[in-house]
Design a protein around this ligand. Structure first.
Ligand code: F3S
Length: 288
């Protein structure tokens, strides 16, 4: 029977817990609740919310009654303005740490800095930060060309290493002035550091969370960088027990929007999966 180590912290992060609670409270208060896009990037949570009657919409036209929840990733200011114009009741579940990045970006822009965001160009959080900073704000790329005063912020879920690389790269551009704000979420950093520590004590690593969750994908990247066999799962049903039930020690790490009960279910499944042969996992099989 494999021994299982679950990396801490695990379960919902503060921002996801808050967003889910606000949505559920909104449902009780308004009777009908919509979320602007998926509330969190996790299939089990979305399924539960949908069964409770909380529906994700892509356009404000779809909101006819009740209230609209702004998810933890935040939204561009125009969305709030449009909701006000249309008389839509808003429950703002933007994570306070994400809002801080928006505020820093807005302030930098107001002080004449060209804002550069280190993060995933098409991620909703990054789009909202860019919108908060206004015209001229850009996503970092090694070929970016800017001049004058530059202010750098980071998407809350990028690895700190990526922020450091972007800053080191920017030093070559000879700007007049660079201001850097480390806006990576401490919760994200704690989980990333936990994988690296855990990798030294385990034979293989299971990463749990939505495939479209930026922080979970990053955990999987970090886990793979340790050269241990890694699998990224959304739930216990995705676990290939013939391959995974035979390691002596298996580490489990979860993204910030993965419910604790999903992690517990995977841990239980792994513990009960002992077989009589040795693992036959090839390195090329490891990133399922
Ligand atoms: Fe907020 Fe950090 Fe979670 S930014 S949503 S507490 S991962």
């Amino acid at each position: 029977m494999p021994r299982v180590i679950v990396a801490k912290p695990t379960g919902f992060c503060f921002g996801v817990e808050r967003a889910v609670t606000l949505a559920r409270e909104g449902l009780k208060r308004f009777g009908k609740v919509y979320t602007f896009g998926q509330l969190v990037h996790n299939p089990q949570v979305l399924d539960e919310l949908s069964r409770a009657g909380i529906k994700a919409v892509r356009k404000l036209d779809e909101v006819r009654d009740g209230a609209l929840v702004i998810r933890a990733h935040g939204c561009p200011p125009e969305v709030f303005k449009e909701c006000e114009k249309r008389g839509i009741e808003v429950i703002d579940a933007t994570c306070p740490y994400v809002r801080r990045v928006q505020e820093v970006a807005r302030r930098l822009a107001a002080e004449g800095y060209q804002v550069v965001v280190v993060g995933e160009r098409n991620h909703p959080e990054v789009r909202a930060i860019l919108a908060a900073a206004g015209e001229g704000a850009r996503v970092f790329s090694p070929r970016i060309k800017l001049a004058g005063k530059v202010g750098i912020v980071a998407q809350t879920t990028v690895g700190r290493e990526r922020l450091k690389e972007a800053v080191a790269n920017s030093l070559n551009f000879r700007y007049n002035e660079i201001r850097v704000f480390d806006t990576v979420c401490a919760e994200v950093v704690a989980r990333q550091e936990a994988v690296l520590r855990m990798a030294k004590r385990v034979d293989a690593i299971v990463v749990v969370g939505g495939k479209n969750s930026a922080n979970t994908r990053r955990l999987a990247e970090i886990a793979r960088s340790t050269r241990k066999p890694v699998v990224h799962l959304t739930g216990a049903s995705g676990l290939n027990l013939r391959r995974w039930g035979r390691f002596k020690v298996i580490g489990i790490v979860a993204g910030a929007s993965t419910p604790a009960r999903v992690v517990e279910e995977i841990a239980r499944t792994v513990r009960n999966s002992g077989c009589d042969k040795q693992p036959s996992l090839r390195r090329s099989d490891s990133n399922e």
